[in-house]
Ligand binder design. Structure first.
Ligand SMILES: Nc1nc2c(ncn2[C@@H]2O[C@H](COP(=O)(O)OP(=O)(O)OP(=O)(O)O)[C@@H](O)[C@H]2O)c(=O)[nH]1
Length: 304
């Protein structure tokens, strides 16, 4: 009989560290001589994270939507396709930061895959700084954040470098009131393989099924730059964005750089990473109640 393929599901709000964790899990798998496959989806038509992935791992992507609602059928067919192509020992699914993890679990546990997949559980990353500022989120976004914690079999309280140490016991208390699962304090989603083995599966009943674009009025703007832009003007534009912009990421063609620079922004914190290969200059902005036209015009103005 064929051995079932272990499946890990990575959940967590926008920008909380899922991709950072994904890269670690891929590393673990490789160290054990196993080949991981990755299924990623992004709330936008272009994928920024997958461009950063190694080219030698099987990768399936679901773009333009969220695994949890609009394209659940597509998720099942992607899973079937991955199985058909084969060549991997473990599957890691990274959901979008606005996916309800339980809905994704439903697909993985579908009878279609009962003899193929061994579901290991959900790992949720929580951005410690965002948790502290969670009163700035809409009620729906906050509910989703809580559910991502509630159904996790392992919780990483990540980005602890961004908060004061004496706040940690309070935050742990707050999270423990939502979930009894193990909570790890992490920076850059640093965990070890042993901890991963403690991952458990939580009872999935009672999920509220907050759905993107139904209760959560989330919008995504994807912009492709045609010209190089001034870095200072771009930084100023970023600072001017409303607090309802949760996440921005993409490759920005700055005038002072040869190749587009990777920009990662979550909750008021921009980070810049110079690249040594040319990436397509796509930029994704995710938030609630965004004025898409204004954002596009603002970005276009930077090109002139
Ligand atoms: N300061 C700090 N930054 C971190 C930490 N972990 C991750 N980051 C950074 O936070 C940003 C977002 O991390 P990602 O791993 O891309 O987050 P994500 O959850 O995959 O984001 P989405 O896919 O947009 O939902 C990146 O720039 C990371 O380098 C941490 O512990 N501390």
């Amino acid at each position: 009989m064929n051995k079932k393929i272990p499946v890990y599901l990575l959940s967590g709000f926008l920008g909380s560290g899922k991709t950072t964790l994904l890269k670690r899990l891929i590393q673990f798998e490789k160290e054990e001589g196993r080949t991981p496959a990755v299924l990623m989806n992004e709330a936008g038509k272009v994928s920024i994270d997958s461009e950063e992935m190694d080219k030698d791992i099987p990768l399936a992507e679901l773009l333009d939507g969220c695994i949890c609602c609009t394209i659940q059928d597509k998720l099942e067919s992607q899973l079937q396709q991955l199985l058909f192509n084969g060549g991997f020992d473990t599957l890691i699914i990274e959901t979008t930061g606005v996916a309800h993890p339980v809905e994704v679990v439903d697909s993985v546990l579908s009878p279609l895959f009962a003899d193929k997949f061994d579901f290991k559980g959900i790992i949720t990353t929580v951005d410690a700084l965002q948790w502290e500022k969670r009163d700035q989120l809409s009620i729906q976004a906050l509910q989703l954040l809580r559910e991502q914690i509630k159904f996790a079999g392992l919780i990483l309280l990540n980005k602890t470098d961004l908060i004061s140490e004496n706040r940690i016991p309070y935050i742990l208390n707050e999270i423990q009131s939502i979930s009894s699962s193990k909570i790890l304090l992490t920076q850059q989603a640093k965990i070890d393989q042993e901890t991963l083995k403690q991952l458990t599966i939580k009872d999935q009943s009672g999920a509220s099924k907050v759905r993107v674009n139904q209760e959560l009025d989330l919008s995504v703007v994807v912009y492709t730059f045609s010209n190089k832009i001034d870095r200072a003007a771009f930084e100023e534009w970023m600072r001017d964005q409303s607090s309802y912009v949760y996440r921005m990421k993409g490759f920005i063609p700055f005038k002072d750089e040869y190749y587009p620079t990777l920009v990662q922004y979550s909750y008021g914190m921009p980070l810049f990473f110079e690249q040594d290969i040319k990436m397509t200059p796509n930029f994704v902005v995710i938030g609630e109640n965004l004025d898409k036209v204004q954002i596009e015009n603002g970005l276009r103005a930077l090109e002139n």
